[in-house]
Design a protein around this ligand. Structure first.
Ligand SMILES: [Zn+2]
Ligand SMILES: [Zn+2]
Length: 268
């Protein structure tokens, strides 16, 4: 039995009676209850976009959210072991070939990634360069990397030609994304990831205008409403800037700027 139509913060007195064919009982002793907004309702709804491979734990009193990512994607890829049990292996399509792919199957790795960010992150007074390794966590459960494949080594067309159609491949110990993941976000407003500084990364278009934003800073960020926030918040976009064209597909780097907030550590 549930009672609806109550207001948060108002105290209600409830009693219960039981009714059967004989009649109705006397009312029980009264209990008083005060409904309140549930913890999850005050978490920005963007966090609801994380899939089953990312556990979202909200610490309301600390004002933080901890993401526990499986370190594996929840979608198909030729980077799954063709003979494995994931059920997610798919042969490479036009985007790559087995010969061009990086070594290592997703199934080989069992790294979980933990990232704790403030629920309401703020821009920092100075920016911080990204480094190799995870710079954020995608909604799919795998980390995202920047535009480099090694110390001061930019992604080249050879490496990109081994990416699956999600703009991802396996690297040291993990499957990770570098490019716009077109099956998830393809020149649109979709949310794809959260970066270590707690700011969300969206597709090339912004919900505030439905078009490519023209006011982005050097990190691809700006402050506006989003599809998940009716108040203006700072967030990043995949910049609408072709990085390379490989296998007849334009490559857009997920993130090649500096953190505009304070990066939190990612542990795995
Ligand atoms: Zn890589
Ligand atoms: Zn935007």
């Amino acid at each position: 039995m549930s009672v609806t139509g109550l207001s948060n913060g108002t105290t209600y007195s409830c009693t219960v009676t039981a009714t059967n064919s004989v009649g109705t009982s006397a009312a029980s002793a009264a209990v008083s209850v005060t409904p309140s907004a549930s913890a999850t309702s005050s978490l920005p709804s963007a966090f609801n976009q994380f899939g089953a491979n990312v556990k979202v734990v909200y610490n309301e009193s600390a004002g933080t959210v901890t993401l526990e990512a499986a370190g594996r994607p929840d979608h198909q890829s030729p980077y799954w072991n063709p003979n494995g049990t994931s059920g997610l292996y798919v042969a490479p399509g036009l985007e790559t070939t087995v010969a061009s792919m990086s070594p290592g199957y997703i199934d080989n790795y069992t790294n979980k990634y933990f990232l704790t960010v403030p629920v309401n992150p703020q821009k920092a007074s100075t920016t911080t360069a990204t480094s190799l390794g995870a710079i954020g966590i995608a909604i799919t459960g795998s980390p995202i990397f920047n535009g480099q494949e090694g110390p001061n080594v930019n992604l080249d067309s050879g490496v990109i030609s081994g990416f699956d159609n999600y703009g991802a491949h396996t690297g040291p110990q993990v499957y990770h994304y570098h490019l716009e993941p077109t099956p998830i976000s393809n020149d649109d407003i979709k949310l794809f990831a959260i970066l270590r500084d707690g700011f969300f990364l969206y597709g090339r278009k912004c919900a505030s205008t439905g078009t490519h934003p023209t006011d982005l800073d050097a990190s691809g960020g700006h402050t506006s409403i989003t599809q998940y926030s009716t108040t203006a918040v700072y967030h990043y976009h995949i910049k609408n800037q072709i990085y390379l064209t490989v296998n007849n597909k334009n490559a857009y780097l997920l993130f090649d700027g500096a953190y505009q907030g304070t990066p939190n550590s990612v542990t795995n």
